[in-house]
Design a protein around this ligand. Structure first.
Ligand SMILES: C[S@@+](CC[C@H](N)C(=O)[O-])C[C@H]1O[C@@H](n2cnc3c(N)ncnc32)[C@H](O)[C@@H]1O
Length: 270
């Protein structure tokens, strides 16, 4: 079971994932919403949580600070070093073959493998493994990227004309070999994510818009003002607050999940 070299090159050499969630307003929205949703579903600390594809451990660190007993797994050595330095128990490995016993965790969080595993059969393996290590009744939560995200994001950034070939391929196939933005990435439709979670045996599957419609305000700001002072109209009230409020309001209306660039899927081990 090998990890594609492109992933190693992307996260190991080209791109430092450790700063992503703090470096942009979109990242800060994602972080706040992950915390919202994990708080809603996880049992109280000191429950045991597996962070699968946990990267440098930003979410694991937050969970640990709240008193959870966290184990992280990730294939990239640099991430394991970063997570370990942050005081997290981290092991190098693959979501498709977890080193843990059946029902070891009260909840599992899979934020990475769903969008980095190209083959549906590999995603199914990863979901089955996450389910296996979760206790009966415990939650398996995943993050996936909406297939529409590139179309809308590139339009708001006014880069659609240059990226039209890539965007068209992603809309059609859920993947583009020319995608210059990320390491090997698969994009889901909402229906596809739902059926992948249900096929892995989870019950009560729900898909939330993680960044929600408010995420597009953050994409706009990041695309046009990154590193520059914001005009007054975008400073007050704090646009992060606006985006968060928007996405929390939309969460009560399941039909609005389609408007979110990131999808948060969750189901319970039966
Ligand atoms: C964008 S990072 C997300 C990190 C963190 N989970 C978060 O949400 O901020 C995607 C992560 O998925 C990991 N990943 C990709 N394929 C994986 C696999 N087959 N098994 C486990 N982790 C994987 C990558 O190494 C990377 O750390």
């Amino acid at each position: 079971m090998t990890i594609h070299g492109e992933l190693e090159e992307h996260y190991g050499e080209r791109y430092d994932e450790a700063g992503r969630l703090g470096a942009s307003i979109k990242g800060r929205l994602e972080l706040a919403r992950v915390q919202d949703l994990l708080t809603r579903y996880l049992p109280p600390p000191p429950a045991a949580v597996a962070d699968i594809g946990g990267g440098p451990g930003v979410h694991a660190g937050w969970l640990q600070q709240r008193g959870y007993n966290v184990q992280l797994i990730d294939p990239i050595e640099r991430h394991i070093v970063q997570a370990t330095e942050a005081g997290i128990s981290a092991v190098q490995g693959d979501a498709r073959q977890l080193p843990w016993d059946d029902e070891e965790f009260d909840g599992t969080f899979v934020a990475g493998p769903m969008y980095h595993l190209r083959e549906a059969s590999d995603r199914q393996l990863a979901l089955r493994e996450a389910t296996r290590v979760t206790k009966l009744g415990g939650f398996v939560a995943v993050i996936a990227i909406n297939r529409a995200a590139n179309l809308i994001g590139s339009t708001l950034a006014n880069t659609l004309i240059q990226r039209q070939g890539v965007v068209t391929e992603i809309l059609r196939d859920g993947f583009s070999p020319q995608n210059e933005r990320m390491a090997e990435t698969t994009y889901h439709t909402v229906a596809q994510l739902r059926s992948e979670l249900m096929n892995s045996g989870l019950r009560g599957v729900t898909i939330h818009g993680l960044t929600g419609p408010g995420g597009w305000l953050t994409v706009m700001i990041d695309a046009h003002y990154q590193g520059q002072p914001l005009p007054d109209s975008l400073r007050e009230p704090d646009p992060l607050r606006t985006a968060l409020e928007c996405s929390r309001l939309a969460d009560r209306h399941p039909e609005l999940v389609q408007s979110s660039s990131l999808l948060f899927g969750i189901g319970q081990r039966a």
